[in-house]
Design a protein around this ligand. Sequence first.
Ligand code: HAM
Length: 392
Amino acid sequence: MAARSLFDRYGYRRIELPIFEHTEVFDRSVGQGSDIVVQKQMYTFTDPRGRSLTLRPDGTAGTVRAFVEHRLDGSMPMPVRLWYFCPFFRYERPQQGIDRQFFQVGVECIGTASPVADAEVIALGVQFFESLGLQPHLLLNSIGCPEDRQRYIPALREALGDRIEDLCDDCHRRLGSNPLRMFDCKVAADRRIMRGDEIPRISEFLCDACKEHHAALQRILEALGVPWKDAVDLVRGLDYYTRTVFEFDLPSLGTRTSLGGGGRYDGLVEELGGSPTPALGFAMGVTRILEALRGSKDPAGWRPDVYVIWLEGLAEVATAAAIDLRRAGLRVVCADEAKSLRAQLRVADRMGAVRAVILGPDEVQRGVATIRDMTTGDQREVALSGLVEDLS
Ligand code: HAM
């Protein structure tokens, strides 16, 4: 609900993505150098007509495929802003923070190269976490355009010199397919090498246009009061990124600290058959967010505005009152049984209800209900006929 109304305020419309696509869509988008392809994290199968299909490992590929196939640039005002909330599938080793089926909530903004869009997408992410009571660190970097990387890679190779031999097999492969990914290596010895002072950073190789894009984004974030950390090693795990990359990181989560991330993918629409169209987006990992909310002192998860408590013989009055309150837009849970008042209050408290409406035979006979403030314990009576107006 929180995400839906927030995305709506930023002009995003929901897209329903298919659970599987032709494998080629993902091969060409997430990229041959990404973990998803390299570590064979895709659930790929053959359909009865022999076509190779794959369960979606991310939402960017499917959204861009839909944008190209349905020519959304002709039917919707540009940039096209879309959001999704659905399960994704990656064949990874299940462990804390990593599941084979996981939910992401994400946005894609297709058809703009402006740094204003980068700032707005990032601000949307920040506000999304704010609405949940979470404050992850925003890590920010620019990985430039493909030309920047062409200049960077030989310099990286040269700086690594003899040390290339000390790197793990995966990094040898990455050096050929996507050298930036070497900064993501989890092998301690490789990490030490890649963090060494003699290793050049992509930021030193940005062309003037990419540099100006990044500087403009930083100026707008500063004006918006959005704090970030420069993360010169942040490269992200998917091949399609260009220029801006960012992640929302919560160190208290332990090993898997990224609650979400995203960036620009200015070449992807063309890669999937469309005309050159710059774009960007992010996706947040719902499982990790729930984990973070469980661990926070002030969980901002779902809680009812009203918990309706009723005593024997008043089921009809209680359910009718609950429905009227929901019609007025309140989040309402109605007790399903007439247990003792104390037992029902305990449930209301455990659910974090803001207020309880108490319906006892005496009150109902007098045409009133008791409203209890669940934080202070204060109680007052209101006429049953004015309950909705009072509480909304
Ligand atoms: P990603 O970094 O692969 O990006 O995933 C985004 C978030 O999804 C991660 O930060 C993490 O919280 C969650 N996540 C990823 N894999 C798993 C897993 N196996 N189990 C649990 N949670 C997971 C993308 O997917 C890009 N498509 C984001 C994007 C959108 N970039 C541009 N637009």
